[in-house]
Design a protein around this ligand. Structure first.
Ligand code: BG6
Length: 523
């Protein structure tokens, strides 16, 4: 395929080796495992990226034989990845086994330990173990404590064999619960054994921001308050809460998307260059950036944050979603927000005064996640007919999903009349250049766990700093709801108009299609 870019040989292409190991999956009969985890493990297997010797041991309450578990996983893989080569799929499923038990009972973990030891021998997997907790957060501490009591969290004196535990978000419900959780985990696990997962960090396009910023000399000198007017970070979804109403109604958009994915995207965009691509240094720079975010002024919250809740659209062709309050598992009088837009400022030398404008929501017009950096306009227009304000600013768009890639809008002379100028985009499309869609984020993160690399995982400090920022807003919404009302918005729109007004007050406006160019308009 002809593309405007030629892709050279990779300059640096390193993938650390993966040691043989067992992968123990808690919550193995659940939705997350079937939709994300097992298809990701299978994807790695198919590309020969799992270790030479490994096994997958499912653990859940439901009674199932190994064979029944394999059949479930076969269905899950076929649904997620399409029709598969039967031999490859059978070879993968041959590595899968299952144990049932109660998450609270020590006896179940003793049985699990015995089963793991047998698998270690059968599969020659060196005794290394990765425990993946695809479980509601309230079960995390008890599972870790029982694993420890059953002697499964210890490591050899030289770190071999190793034991690592992966936790799915949310990490707590607020700062106090996150601290309590971490204190309990730290009694059973060393920090290097804890992997706090945020799948946005595993997205190829989010990782590529680091290379874009720190492997090119031309952008970094412009990456500051002198040249950048503002940054917009959007994570919009057209779907509603689907079957997760029960969870979501207690979480809301601020906890579900802002406290984690949105803040991580902000941190990666704005952080200082780490001295090396080592986990501790990258994580520390992200956390340092989060520490410099100015807390929102609670007394003027409505000027800084807008929250909304989707209502059924008048036109089912625009969105088929019902009112949020009619969704299964959602309270009929719910005041939970399904949309948040926020203005943020970063108090450091690089970013003083530059607004970071973040928005995320469900039931919006289309699925799109992007980071758009708008540069300042030219200081003076020398093209007589065009005033400075008529000349659009350059915008650099890091397109996280879909249509992954990077766009940079520039002004250019149109052929013909002497003073005829128009905007065009220099456009890099991931699919066109690499010929593939980006690998699944779970594949990257699972591989990193097996390699013991925590670069793309949350640190304890990071989680706590994020909650410190979010907690006062949650408290204000409960105690003084009038300061920041909950605005309804029609499903299939771009959120409440109050969010447009908030930006208009700063002289800016949200990006909308066609600026958010893209071909797919639904999730
Ligand atoms: C999850 C949230 O972390 O991210 C979901 O809990 C949300 O509510 C999802 O739908 C969005 O992820 P993605 O990768 O589809 O943008």
């Amino acid at each position: 395929m002809d593309t405007p870019f030629s892709l050279g040989q990779p300059n640096v292409c390193a993938e650390a080796p993966v040691e043989n190991c067992g992968i123990v999956v808690f919550g193995a009969s659940g939705d997350l495992v079937q939709r994300k985890l097992i298809p990701a493990l299978y994807g790695l297997f198919r590309r020969h990226m799992l270790p030479a010797r490994f096994y997958i041991l499912g653990f859940a309450r439901s009674a199932m034989t190994d064979e029944m578990f394999r059949e479930r996983m076969r269905t899950a893989i076929t649904e997620a990845c399409g029709e598969q080569n039967a031999d490859t799929l059978n070879s993968f499923l041959a590595m899968c086994r299952y144990v049932s038990g109660d998450y609270n009972e020590l006896a179940a973990y003793e049985q699990l330990a015995t089963r793991c030891s047998v698998c270690d021998m059968d599969f020659d997997s060196s005794g290394n173990r990765l425990f993946y907790l695809a479980l509601p957060p309230e079960l995390h501490p008890v599972v870790v404590e029982r694993l420890s009591e059953a002697g499964m969290t210890g490591e050899g004196h030289d770190g071999r064999p190793w034991a690592r535990v992966v936790f799915e978000k949310p990490f707590g419900h607020d700062l106090a619960s996150a601290v309590t959780l971490d204190n309990r985990l730290s009694r059973a696990l060393e920090p290097h054994q804890i992997f706090r997962m945020d799948h946005y960090l595993g997205k190829e396009t989010v990782q590529s921001i680091l290379m874009f910023r720190f492997a090119n000399a031309i952008f970094e000198p412009l990456w500051n308050r002198r040249y950048i007017d503002h940054v917009q970070i959007t994570a919009a979804e057209s779907i509603g809460v689907e079957h997760r109403g029960g969870y979501y109604d207690h979480a809301g958009c601020l906890r579900d998307m802002f406290q984690n994915h949105m803040l991580q995207m902000l941190a990666i965009t704005a952080m200082e260059p780490p001295t090396s691509f080592q986990a501790e240094q990258v994580r520390e720079e992200r956390t340092k950036l989060m520490r410099s975010i100015r807390p929102w002024p609670v007394d003027e919250l409505g000027d800084w944050i807008v929250r909304g809740q989707y209502a059924a659209s008048q036109d089912a062709a625009i969105s088929p979603l019902p009112d949020y309050r009619q969704e299964a598992g959602v309270a009929g009088d719910s005041a939970t927000e399904t949309y948040v837009a926020a203005r943020m400022l970063i108090d450091n030398w690089r970013w003083q005064g530059v607004p970071f404008l973040l928005r995320s929501g469900k039931g919006l017009r289309r699925k799109v996640s992007e980071i758009a950096v708008t540069f300042k306009r030219v200081p003076h227009s020398m093209f007589g007919m065009t005033s400075k304000t008529q000349m659009p600013a350059n915008v650099l768009v890091l397109k996280i999903q879909p249509d992954e890639g990077i766009d940079l809008t520039i002004q250019t002379k149109q052929p013909g009349p002497k003073s005829c100028m128009s905007s065009m985009a220099l456009s890099f499309k991931y699919q066109e250049v690499f010929g593939i869609t980006p690998p699944n984020a779970y594949e990257r993160l699972l591989l990193d766990c097996m390699q013991g690399d925590r670069t793309l995982f949350w640190s304890r400090e990071g989680v706590e700093v994020a909650w410190q920022l979010i907690d006062p807003v949650l408290a204000a919404w409960t105690e003084r709801p009038d300061l920041c009302p909950l605005f309804p918005y029609p499903a299939g729109s771009w959120g409440p108009e109050a969010a447009d007004r908030m930006l208009a007050a700063t002289g800016r406006r949200w990006r909308r299609p066609p600026e958010m160019a893209g071909t797919r308009i639904t999730d």
